[in-house]
Design a protein around this ligand. Structure first.
Ligand code: ARG
Length: 362
């Protein structure tokens, strides 16, 4: 069983100022309602492994720059290895009180590694940390999605080859126009998906830059080496302007835009499958395992999967709109609004992967 974030042992009466993640200037604990409203750990714990990856690179760089000692680095590495094991075994105790994935991991690291754990945050802020985590996450997922698109294109090409001489009507205005082959028709979709893969590859270039080092918004006075962290994390270059670094989510919007175009193609293909399986067309038959039937209308074989793929296109468009709207009113630099970038992004990734996995199996 996965441990759900709890509210922790201390109620308002036993408020322990020292336990607060930030200012000791506050005179009362945060209201439970506000805590729940502002926490993101329920969903951003999904970034945990990327958060650890970023932290380990940051710690290595800090040590090489002699900002922390080799002993500190070792303690951080050991603590993080332990945390990774706890997460993998579903034994990590996520706490709502600790707001987000970053503070949860940092607090656990401090429990395990003592003072060294606290030093990890030297020269960085959660603002550049979260920007780095999302880029690492999205880069990983973009690569997985491009791979799935390639597999879909291969499946289309295989079908096209098998049916290269199967004649079918070509349509314009959905009116029978000229004879074409089924292979010719399928390869039109391979072209669309090829463009989708190239759009994602292009988006990946701008995604693959390192914001870490921008700190809260204006950089840090510690003599860090961003180029080194960049190299350790496999980014192409550090970002240039610190204000832009912590507030930029263009790469997420670009990703959702490429995802929307991809889903538009999926939806067009799905629409054709729905038409072609209708007895009025009867061009193709989908395997039974991809269809549902009806007990009172036994003649029916419903193409649920392409219908759902067509339907899911809407939610991906919606996520693009959510992110565009999220950003449109934000002054520089980081604002808490940005926390809302994650759920649309996660759902876009999941919808794309599920859809691309199921499509070639028809
Ligand atoms: N949970 C936050 C987010 O996802 C992390 C950054 C918070 N930074 C801050 N200064 N409150 O955006």
């Amino acid at each position: 069983m996965s441990k759900q974030p709890g509210t922790g042992p201390q109620g308002p009466n036993q408020w322990d100022k020292k336990q607060e993640a930030w200012s000791a200037r506050f005179n009362e604990p945060m209201s439970e309602l506000v805590k729940r409203y502002t926490a993101s750990v329920f969903f951003d714990k999904r970034l945990a492994l990327f958060d650890i990856q970023g932290s380990l690179a940051h710690a290595t760089m800090l040590c090489e720059c002699q900002i922390i000692s080799p002993q500190d680095l070792q303690a951080i590495q050991k603590g993080m290895a332990h945390i990774q094991k706890e997460i993998a075994a579903d034994q990590f105790e996520w706490q709502l009180d600790l707001e987000d994935v970053h503070l949860n991991i940092e607090r656990r690291l401090t429990e395990l590694a003592g003072e060294a754990g606290k030093k990890l945050h030297t020269g960085r802020s959660r603002n550049d940390q979260v920007a780095t985590d999302i880029r690492l996450f999205l880069r990983h997922e973009t690569d997985a999605i491009v791979q799935l698109i390639t597999e879909l294109m291969c499946a289309l090409a295989t079908q096209a080859e098998q049916h290269h001489n199967v004649v079918m009507p070509g349509f314009t205005h959905l009116q029978v126009a000229q004879p074409i082959t089924f292979g010719h028709h399928l390869m039109a979709y391979a072209e669309m998906f090829e463009r989708d893969a190239s759009r994602l590859a292009d988006c990946r270039k701008r995604m693959n830059q390192l914001p870490l080092g921008a700190a809260a918004l204006a950089g840090t006075t510690f003599a860090i080496q961003r180029e080194r962290t960049c190299e350790l994390l496999g980014f192409d270059a550090p970002t240039r302007n610190s204000l832009d670094s912590v507030s930029d989510r263009d790469f997420a919007i670009e990703f959702c835009s490429a995802a929307s175009i991809l889903m538009m193609h999926v939806s067009r293909l799905s629409e054709e499958l729905v038409l072609w399986t209708s007895p009025r067309y009867a061009f193709i038959e989908l395997p039974d395992r991809f269809c549902t039937g009806s007990s009172i209308m036994p003649q029916k074989k419903n193409p649920d999967v392409p219908e759902l793929a067509r339907g899911k296109t809407g939610r991906v468009y919606g996520h693009l709109m959510a992110l565009l709207t999220l950003m449109k009113g934000q002054p520089l630099a980081y604002n808490k609004d940005n926390q809302e970038d994650k759920e649309p992004l996660f759902d876009t990734v999941d919808t794309l992967k599920d859809t691309l996995r199921i499509l070639p199996r028809w």
